[in-house]
Ligand binder design. Structure first.
Ligand code: NAD
Length: 299
């Protein structure tokens, strides 16, 4: 066990996916005294001081009780777990934690396969972005068996606020639904703020008033003031990843026969923005796309 004052943490864990979110997460884990054996498809030399880097995903699993995945989507999770041999490398009793935003039904099916090896799959996707990952203030929506989640909680608590929301797949379902709300809020608030601006209102003045009013959301409290108004558009969450998440949420709504007219329109608009802005766009750049007909700036 790692040396620290709080509850027991595993001494060593495996971690696959050292990207925008994975990097600050492994830095926090290392700072908490956990030894991290990590892998990414790309070389990550900047992490060599905090992570023992290995060349193959399967090699992170050797002798560790927990392996965390922080990968883009279910296709990549399948590629790493099924095709790249991680599944075969999991010893019985190992807990595989998918902290990316994957598809809940595919998570459930993967959980059965993992269980057939005597290991356990837990989904633990996060909200809070790169800022929350760096500060350890993410909300972590966990799906899995009670005893496994209880044993995992001290480790996850290094990364954020742990919420056990149901059985396996529940975390991934809730994360997609959360992002549908977030994506719709960003569109709605941006349309309103742009209209106010064209009417002559100052966006900073509008945000100050709205954030004490009923129109406030994560978009008005965080995304607009921190990434849109300064013009940096650098939240660290890709527009393509948001589109992936809201397609999952729309699929859930449709599969459950839930009214989803606004969700469907939200997906259409985000898909149009993704096509126009390209694969490297930050999700906050959807405001740039909305502004594209601004007569005063010609953008
Ligand atoms: P990212 O693209 O920055 O990182 C993903 C990493 O996975 C990359 O380093 C990539 O090289 C690696 N990778 C891809 N294929 C691989 C493979 N076959 N083997 C090994 N490594 C591979 O993405 P991110 O922003 O860190 O997001 C990760 C997950 O977290 C996504 O599911 C995303 O939806 C979710 N998420 C992101 C944010 C955010 O603000 N960025 C917030 C909440 C949730």
């Amino acid at each position: 066990m790692a040396e620290q004052d709080g509850p027991a943490l595993p001494g060593t864990i495996g971690f696959v996916g050292l990207g925008r979110m994975g990097e600050p997460m492994v830095r926090r884990l290392a700072a908490a005294g956990v030894t991290v054996r990590g892998h990414d498809a790309l070389p990550r030399p900047a992490l060599a001081d905090v992570v023992t880097l290995v060349d193959k995903a399967a090699d992170v699993a050797d002798g560790v009780p927990v392996v965390i995945l922080m990968l883009p989507d279910s296709n990549v999770v399948d590629a790493v777990v099924r095709d790249a041999g991680l599944l075969d490398a999991l010893a019985p009793g190992t807990v595989l934690v998918d902290m990316g935003s994957s598809e809940p039904l595919r998570t459930r099916s993967l959980a059965e396969e993992v269980a057939s090896r005597g290991a356990v799959l837990v989904d633990a996707p996060v909200s809070g972005g790169v800022t929350g990952a760096t500060a350890g203030t993410m909300t972590i929506m966990v799906g899995g068996p009670d005893d496994t989640v209880a044993a995992l909680t001290p480790l996850l608590a290094v990364l954020g606020r742990v919420r056990h929301v149901g059985g396996v797949g529940a975390g991934h379902a809730l994360k997609a639904l959360n992002n549908m709300m977030s994506a719709a809020h960003l569109l709605a608030s941006s349309e309103a703020l742009l209209a106010g601006q064209r009417f002559g209102l100052d966006p900073a003045v509008m945000l100050d008033a709205v954030n004490g009013s009923s129109g406030r959301s994560g978009s008005t409290e965080n995304k607009w003031p921190n990434f849109v108004l300064p013009g940096t558009f650098d939240s660290g969450f890709a527009l393509t990843l948001m589109l992936k998440d809201i397609r999952i949420a729309l699929g859930l709504a449709e599969a459950t026969g839930t009214p989803s007219a606004l969700s469907a329109r939200t997906v259409e608009l985000w898909a149009e923005a993704a096509a126009a802005l390209g694969p490297d766009a930050d999700h906050t750049e959807i405001v740039r796309w909305l502004r594209r007909t601004d007569p005063s700036t010609g953008e």
